[in-house]
Structures are given as structure tokens and as C-alpha cells.
Design a protein around this ligand. Structure first.
Ligand code: GCO
Length: 448
């Protein structure tokens, strides 16, 4: 047994996102988002599932906050649904939407839980996708307007802010691989989207400062750590591209004011260019206060000319996998946090980390021991990272409860709390009680 003690001011939390938990898709004046449309397109989401009801958290948020209190978290990461605030993306502000989030944030604060707010976790108003989505500067301006509404309303209540969740997913998973909404499969479109969202990020940060909004702001990329299958330089380069597309492609512009040149060259060879307009890079490189990191897995990659736009192929090394098929390997988080130091020792929060384990109720219990093992491994790495002197300030487990897992629908479960999607009954899993204990102690006890 080993005991890992965490810093006194360490933030313990969980994370969710609006479309994945709220439901009430036609209520409260909410407009249509690209995920409503995508989920209704046959063949896009497993089983034809959609977020119309999800966990019904729009109605059951008080019950959810009771669960958070029981768990003992001091931080809760959630996202605001843009179509609840400005239903058509760019027009009238919907007071009912703002009031909903006020009620919710007030309840969190009453419970002594710090709200950690994501402005964009993928529910783009459909009207904006119809004019070209993030590739159109009108969408960028509409986002800034939406962000300003939120900053003005919630300044003083919210102190932790993220502009975008997982820019790689918004740009490449959704517009190059076509797996997420809106489902495009075009390299130039994905590059345009990536650039548009970076400009939107920078402009939102400018507004945040200008308005004197309370707290700190940043962005939350997802990490794909990759190590080469062999010593060949081609395999090394294939890994560099995989890592860079998730993180450097977004963090270099923000921290250095330029895109990684080797990737720009790579895309140019494939016929795609970044649509940089005058002044963009200065806007994008506004100083930010914190970084959110979403980490789930890592890959062993090799060069393969057939393997997509990056020619980088992940090799199955036979590691244990979670039920969604992702190898369990916490080492990538440790390596990545050191890699990140090239941008300086910035304040980092793990804004997502968790395991898809589809264990179900058995005699009233969910014995998700494999999830506990996953968390144990990753928290031990986090302790190591902090001991190395890296400014890692908090940890948000994905997720508080089972929810709508995008293209996988409801079949993939990441929650500490089980949700019965028929009755909407919530049942804490064994991992919930395990995490409760870690938080209460502020230390982790591992089995080895
Ligand atoms: C993500 C996500 C979550 C997913 C989680 C598991 O940002 O990819 O924020 O919405 O549910 O990553 O796939």
C-alpha cells in the first residue's frame, strides 16, 4: 500500500456537458443545435439515440447537486448551452435560458461548490452551421457576443472559465473524420474550423478582460500522447504529428502566436492552407490564465501512408482496454505534462479524465472495480506530476454520471453515478464511494 498526499488547496471535481446531460431540448426557449440535427440523421449515432431527454438534468439539477454534495467535490465543471441563451445563435437573448443557469449556479454556490464553466462544449446553434459554422467569421462574432452576455451575467458568480472544450474534436473529429456533428469529411474545412475557433477564443479572452470579468480563463484541449512503435524516424515523426494535431496546433498559436511550421508544411502538401487574416495571430495569442487538459489514453503509433491525413497509425499493443476500446495507460498523462512545460509552467487543471466501464446494476449495486483501478492509476500519476513541481491545481473526473456519449449514444457509460435511462433514477457506483473517500482524506491509498 502507498499513500499519496495531495496539496491542501487541491481542487477535486467532476465534469459534464450541457447536451450530454440536460435534456429538455424543446423547453425553456432553447434553439436547435448541430447535435440535435446530427442525432436525427440516420446512421450517425448508435441506436438512433439523441439528447432530447438525456439525464433530464435541466429538471433534476437539484438532485444532481445533492449527489455532488454527497461526493464531497469542491468544484464542478459544466457547460452552458449556447442555444438556450441565444436560440438562433446571433439574435435575441433568451432570458429563460439565463435564468436557468442562474438558478443552477446559485445552488452550486449555496452547496459550497465552485462552478467551472465551459462556454462551448459542442452545441453550436444550427443556424450558424447553416452559414458555414466556425469557418465563417459571422459565427466567430456571434460567439463573442454570446460570451459577452455570459461574462456580464455571471461575473462575480463564476471564477473559472474555459472558452472551448477539445478543439481537436470540434475541428478534426467533426469535420475531417466526420464522426461528430456536423459530420463533414474535408481537410480544408477542418483547418478553417480550427482557425475560426482560435480567433473566437482570442476575441472572447479580449472581451473577458475588457469587461473586467471575475476569475481566470483558458481553453481545454484533449491530449493524445503517442510514442513510436520503433526507432525509425518515420515512426517518431508520425507520433509528433499525432501529438501536435491535438495540442500544439492549438497551443502554439495561443502561447507563441504561430502555428507549428512542420504541420503547416504537412497540410500544404495535402493541399490545405490556414486562412489567416491580418491581426489574427495577435488576437489568438492573448495571454490566458489557465489550461484545462482532458486526458483518457495514449497510443503507440507508426508511420503508415494509408493511415489518414496524418499517416499515423495506432498499433494495438494488447494493453487492457476500457469498454469503449481505449487502452488504459496513465503514463501518457505524466509524459504530456512534462512536454507541456515547453509553454512554461502554466496553471493546469485536469478538466476530464475517466473510464468507460459499462458495468450494470447487480443486487442494487454497481461494482465498477475496473473504473476504480483506472482512477487509482491516474491519480497516482497526478501526484507524481505535482511532486515534480508542475502547477497542476485540480482534477475533474469525467463524469459525474452516465450520459449521452455523442456518436456512441447511451451505450457507453463514464459515470461515477449510474443512470437508468427509463426511470432516470441515479445510483452511485462503487467508484463514487471510492472517490468520496479520496476527497475526504485528500490522499490516495493505492493497492500496491
Ligand atoms: C470530450 C468530452 C466528453 C466525452 C468524454 C468521453 O470532451 O470528449 O468532453 O464530452 O463524453 O471525453 O468520450
Amino acid at each position: 500500500m502507498t499513500i499519496f498526499q495531495f496539496p491542501q488547496d487541491f481542487r477535486w471535481g467532476t465534469a459534464t456537458a450541457s447536451y450530454q446531460i440536460e435534456g429538455a431540448a424543446q423547453e425553456g426557449g432553447r434553439g436547435v443545435s448541430i447535435w440535435d440535427t446530427f442525432a436525427r440523421t440516420p446512421g450517425k449515432v448508435f441506436n438512433g439515440d439523441n439528447g432530447d431527454v438525456a439525464c433530464d438534468s435541466y429538471h433534476r439539477y437539484e438532485e444532481d447537486i445533492e449527489l455532488m454534495k454527497k461526493l464531497g467535490i469542491n468544484t464542478y465543471r459544466f457547460s452552458i448551452a449556447w442555444p438556450r441563451i441565444i436560440p438562433d445563435g446571433d439574435g435575441e437573448i433568451n432570458r429563460e435560458g439565463l435564468d436557468f443557469y442562474h438558478r443552477f449556479v446559485d445552488k452550486l454556490l449555496e452547496a459550497g461548490i465552485e462552478p467551472f464553466c465551459t462556454l462551448y462544449h459542442w452545441d453550436l446553434p444550427q443556424t450558424l452551421e447553416d452559414i458555414g459554422g466556425w469557418g465563417n467569421r459571422r459565427t466567430v462574432d456571434a460567439f463573442v457576443k454570446y460570451a459577452e452576455v455570459i461574462f456580464k451575467e455571471f461575473s462575480g458568480k463564476i471564477n473559472f472559465w474555459l472558452t472551448f472544450n477539445e478543439p481537436w474534436c470540434i475541428a478534426f473529429l467533426s469535420n475531417l473524420l466526420g464522426i461528430h456533428a456536423p459530420g463533414n469529411k474535408d481537410l480544408q474545412t477542418s483547418i478553417n474550423v480550427a482557425h475560426g475557433l482560435l480567433v473566437a477564443h482570442g476575441k472572447a479572452v479580449q472581451s473577458f478582460r475588457r469587461l473586467g470579468t471575475t476569475g481566470q480563463i483558458g481553453i481545454a484541449p484533449n491530449v493524445c500522447w503517442a510514442e513510436p512503435y520503433s526507432k525509425s524516424p518515420e515512426d517518431r515523426a508520425a507520433c509528433d504529428r499525432a501529438i501536435a494535431l491535438n495540442t500544439d496546433w492549438f497551443l502554439d498559436p495561443i502561447y507563441k502566436g504561430s502555428y507549428p511550421q512542420f504541420m503547416v508544411d504537412w497540410f500544404e502538401k495535402a493541399g490545405a492552407t490556414v486562412p489567416i487574416q491580418e491581426g489574427d495571430m495577435e488576437i489568438i495569442s492573448q495571454p490566458i490564465d489557465l489550461l484545462g487538459i482532458n486526458y483518457y489514453t495514449m497510443g503507440i503509433n507508426r508511420f503508415n501512408p494509408e493511415a489518414g491525413a496524418l499517416q499515423s497509425e495506432e498499433v494495438d499493443m494488447g494493453l487492457i482496454k476500457t469498454d469503449i476500446g481505449w487502452p488504459v495507460e496513465s503514463r501518457g498523462l505524466y509524459e504530456f505534462m512534462h512536454y507541456l512545460q515547453k509553454y512554461g509552467n502554466v496553471d493546469v487543471y485536469i478538466t476530464e479524465n475517466g473510464a468507460c466501464i459499462n458495468d450494470d446494476l447487480e443486487n442494487g449495486k454497481i461494482n465498477d472495480d475496473r473504473r476504480i483501478a483506472y482512477y487509482e492509476q491516474h491519480l497516482a500519476q497526478i501526484h507524481r506530476i505535482i511532486n515534480d513541481g508542475i502547477n497542476l491545481k485540480g482534477y475533474m473526473a469525467w463524469s459525474l454520471m452516465d450520459n449521452f456519449e455523442w456518436a456512441e449514444g447511451y451505450r457507453m457509460r463514464f459515470g461515477l453515478v449510474h443512470v437508468d435511462y427509463r426511470s432516470l433514477v441515479r445510483t452511485p457506483k462503487e467508484s463514487f464511494y471510492w472517490y468520496q473517500n479520496v476527497i475526504k482524506n485528500n490522499w490516495l491509498e493505492t493497492r500496491i
